[in-house]
Design a protein around this ligand. Structure first.
Ligand SMILES: Nc1ncnc2c1ncn2[C@@H]1O[C@H](COP(=O)(O)OP(=O)(O)O)[C@@H](O)[C@H]1O
Ligand SMILES: [Mg+2]
Length: 428
């Protein structure tokens, strides 16, 4: 009996143990289920919120493209330049879809940015205007990304939730910091959005990159320029984005066309020249210069908007014309110095021979072949160009302004053969 009772007792304990064990298991199971459900809930919530964030992100980016990234409004410029305005407008909105990216060039201060900004504002939608940052170290990709509200730090956000509290510092992906990497990421993000933009509107998005010369001044940024050219070519071919580069240096234009001009998808560059003599008078008078003075100033400097502005400032300060002229000649002398024409530099000799040929020429220019014959070395050519003395558009070399020609004829006379100086005087 006692044995039975013992057994029963044991059996009872076993039962109780079993019940306790089962309870623990049940408890664990139910908690596990709860945890699982909570986990699933969190995952679902996370997915939903990231889907919502993605949707919102894409909507914001598309909205940005739809509304356009436009330069701030300014009063209309004094000179209407109707024909150029029409041609710039046509680059932004070609009458028939073409498969080229575009280049706008012309002397610095010739009014390229003004024309482009106005055209972008008038177009309003579906255009992004970006002026390359003048700072020497430029992260163009980041600027491009910021202009369009792109999310460029995605892959770092998780790492940073861990790294920031532990290390007390943000983790920066060294590859992500390279200008080429940010350019690629921004360009790809822009392309994705532009595909959507074209699906909705039936036309390509227009991207304007003003002051592209600023990308051509060191090795790293040159790679960025080359990358942007490659993107522009692919986008043009695809018809998703029409890229318009604005540059005044011929060497930049060459880089934009690329090593294979025939295969290049660069359209023929549109040249924005200096203003005409009639426009120069109109401009000076609009700036408040008296007609007699305006005539002399325009005769002295030619059609450069920037030089005319400077003359206007001096004239309005009450200086007589002789003083205005002297100050303007001093200014251009600095340009001759920077071009290496006034002291012993490798390009001086060839440069002076070009100046001589320019003064001799009847139409104010010499051919590319004549230029190369006098200055065969490329480094020397680059030293001469881009200083405001002479300009080259790939076909002809000319004086950058009438002021430069006047300085050459009047002040460089001692460096030039006598007959040339005399002949130029007669021509003028
Ligand atoms: N159509 C115009 N009428 C009057 N002033 C102008 C006009 N276009 C440009 N300017 C002035 O000439 C200067 C140079 O113009 P900008 O557009 O910056 O030239 P670029 O981009 O070719 O260097 C600016 O001060 C600008 O205000
Ligand atoms: Mg400009």
């Amino acid at each position: 009996m006692a044995e039975k009772a013992g057994k029963e007792k044991n059996g009872g304990e076993g039962e109780a143990e079993k019940t306790a064990g089962g309870w623990v298991k049940d408890f664990a199971r139910s908690k596990l289920r709860l945890l699982l459900a909570a986990g699933l809930g969190v995952v679902a919530l996370n997915a939903a919120s990231s889907l919502a964030a993605d949707w919102y992100y894409h909507k914001t980016v598309l909205d940005t493209l739809m509304h356009g990234v436009l330069p701030p409004p300014v009063p209309p410029p004094e000179l209407p330049r109707q024909e150029l305005r029409r041609r710039v407008r046509e680059l932004l909105e070609p009458p028939q879809a073409d498969r080229f990216y575009k280049i706008i060039t012309g002397p610095p201060g010739g009014g390229k940015s003004t024309l482009l900004r106005e055209a972008c504002r008038n177009l309003g939608r579906g255009v992004g205007y970006l002026d390359v940052n003048p700072a020497f170290e430029v992260d163009f990709g980041r600027d491009l990304g910021n202009a369009f509200n792109f999310r460029l730090q995605d892959h770092l956000s998780f790492l940073n939730t861990v790294a920031q509290p532990v290390l007390g510092t943000k983790y920066e992906d060294p590859r992500g910091q390279h200008p080429l990497a940010t350019t690629r990421r921004s360009a790809e993000a822009l392309h994705d959005a532009a595909v959507e933009f074209r699906r909705k509107t039936g036309r390509p998005f227009v991207l304007v990159i003003d002051s592209a010369d600023r990308l051509a001044r060191n090795e790293d940024s040159e790679k960025v320029l080359a990358a942007m050219r490659a993107f522009a070519r692919d986008w043009a071919q695809e018809g998703t984005i029409t890229t318009i580069f604005v540059a005044h240096e011929w060497s930049t234009v060459e880089k934009l066309i690329g090593e294979h001009p025939v295969q290049s998808r660069a359209g023929p560059p549109l040249r924005v020249p200096d203003i005409t003599p009639g426009e120069a008078l109109q401009y000076l008078e609009a700036l408040g210069v008296a007609p007699m003075m305006a005539e002399k100033c325009s005769e002295l400097v030619g059609g450069s908007l920037l030089l005319l502005q400077r003359c206007a400032t001096l004239a309005k300060a009450g200086l007589p014309f002789t003083e205005v002229k002297q100050q303007m000649l001093d200014l251009i002398e600095l340009a001759f110095l920077q071009a290496g024409l006034l002291d012993q530099t490798p390009q001086r000799e060839g440069g002076l021979r070009c100046i001589e040929a320019l003064l001799r020429s009847q139409d104010g220019g010499i051919s590319a072949a004549d230029f190369r014959e006098r200055v065969p070395d490329r480094e020397q050519q680059l030293g001469l160009l881009g200083r405001g003395v002479v300009v080259f558009d790939g076909r002809r070399l000319e004086f950058a302004s009438r002021l430069a020609a006047t300085y050459a004829a009047e002040t460089l006379r001692s460096c030039l053969p006598r007959a040339v100086a005399e002949q130029h005087k007669l021509l003028r």
